[in-house]
Design a protein around this ligand. Structure first.
Ligand SMILES: Nc1nc2c(c(=O)[nH]1)N[C@H]1C(S)=C(S)[C@@H](COP(=O)(O)O)O[C@H]1N2
Ligand SMILES: [Mo]
Length: 161
């Protein structure tokens, strides 16, 4: 890569950042349809936890933020507020490749669940690559990894009843 090309790329990325175009933002939409954009810097600043899972029979350690913390950051009430009709709320997680999965909100709430479902941003200490990242949901204890959705872009809370 020559020097002029590198300078051009740096200018392009600076212009994209100035225009608010970040590939790593995450959109959280609450049950009322209100949207919150969470930036990569905000995600990086939230307290991280680690989970160890078996990925295709190989142990892997992921670091990330509990999904409950991401939802709380976006103003989705959990804990004592998650009762009654709100127990029909699900979290629809969408990825940039068009894949979607759903978790019941109660599965994510630490007041209900023993296990902690996370939004991972690192695998074995390294930032997730483009096929997997920047964010992947990890649900330790799931025997099949089909809901470990890669390339997450959107978290949407919806009441199904
Ligand atoms: N974005 C996205 N995430 C996804 C999928 C997908 O097609 N797209 N497939 C799921 C399925 S069915 C499995 S088995 C695992 C596979 O994980 P791997 O691609 O790391 O092997 O990812 C899950 N997460
Ligand atoms: Mo799968």
């Amino acid at each position: 890569m020559n020097r002029r090309y590198r300078i051009l790329c740096a200018l392009l990325f600076a212009a994209m950042a100035a225009a608010g175009i970040h590939a790593q933002t995450l959109e959280v939409i609450n049950a009322e349809g209100h949207s919150t954009i969470i930036t990569a810097a905000q995600i990086a600043s939230l307290p991280h936890v680690s989970v160890e899972v078996s990925d295709h029979d190989t142990p892997a350690k992921f670091d990330g933020i509990p999904l409950s913390a991401v939802l709380s950051f976006a103003g989705v009430p959990l804990g004592d507020a998650l009762r009654g009709a709100r127990l029909t709320e699900v979290l629809l997680v969408s990825a940039s490749d068009g894949y979607h999965v759903a978790y019941a909100l109660a599965e994510i709430d630490p007041a209900f669940a023993v296990r902690e479902i996370i939004l991972a941003d690192k695998r074995d200490g390294k930032v997730l690559g483009p096929k997997e990242g920047p964010y992947r949901v990890l649900a330790p204890g799931d025997k099949r990894p089909a809901r470990w959705i890669r390339q997450v872009t959107e978290l949407k809370v919806t009441a199904v009843k």
